[in-house]
Design a protein. Structure first.
Length: 226
């Protein structure tokens, strides 16, 4: 099991590609980040925290970057009080505390042949951590399905270029509607393992459909820590 460590870090870049969505990059001030694809971190904004004592208020975010990169990158949507604080606080040079790694999304037992990856919105980020890492070569004939509010919210062209040969199928809600899980199941069948990441309601809906149509629970992997 990976050892969880606290990293004093600073913001190296912030981008706001679409309203309410930010991509932020962090660099560690006390040693290189260590984590695996698909894992997540706790981010704390407390300027008075000194690295000891009780961990301050924080929120979980999946790593979008891969472990070979020096910096950690996350993308978040402004939805509640904490992310509104992040929107105000996180500027280039801002210092934060990150605690990681957490999660076992891709280390759980699963079949790496014909694996199905389903993501909605910013839920794609842990997939990108895997897709851009050398370990993704272990997957044979992966199938990728992605859903976004509109084309403007698909801000991941650079990372998705790594899987262009997989021909990911992308749904834009304002054009094609939501991800069509019935069609996804028909295209892939009952022998695949299914990874599902996105809003909790989306995960639950897809999970219920799959388990109601001959997919065993241990074939479904979710990242629903939110």
């Amino acid at each position: 099991m990976a050892i969880v460590k606290k990293y004093k870090s600073f913001v190296t870049s912030v981008s706001n590609p679409v309203p309410g969505v930010y991509t932020v990059e962090f660099r560690s001030l006390n040693g290189r980040f260590k984590y695996l694809p698909g894992q997540f971190l706790h981010l704390a904004l407390d300027n008075d925290y000194d690295g000891s004592g009780q961990w301050p208020e924080s929120r979980c975010f999946s790593m979008q970057s891969n472990p070979d990169e020096e910096n950690i990158r996350i993308t978040y949507a402004v939805k509640g009080r904490f992310t509104k604080m992040m929107e105000q606080h996180l500027k280039v040079g801002s210092e934060v505390w990150l605690k990681l790694p957490y999660g076992d999304l891709f280390t759980r037992p699963h079949d790496k042949v014909n694996t199905v990856f389903i993501a909605g919105g910013t839920g794609i980020t842990p997939f990108l951590s895997l897709f851009t890492h050398s370990s993704f070569a272990e997957y044979k004939n992966p199938r990728i399905y992605l859903g976004f509010r509109s084309k403007a919210y698909n801000i991941y062209d650079k990372e998705l270029n790594f899987v262009r040969l997989c021909k990911p199928k992308i749904y834009y809600n304002d054009v094609e509607g939501q991800l069509d899980i019935q069609r996804i199941l028909e295209e892939n069948g009952a022998t695949c393992d299914y990874f599902i990441i996105g809003p909790p309601a989306m995960i639950k809906s897809i999970e219920n459909y799959l388990t109601g149509n001959s997919i065993e629970k241990d074939q479904i992997k979710t990242d629903d820590w939110e």
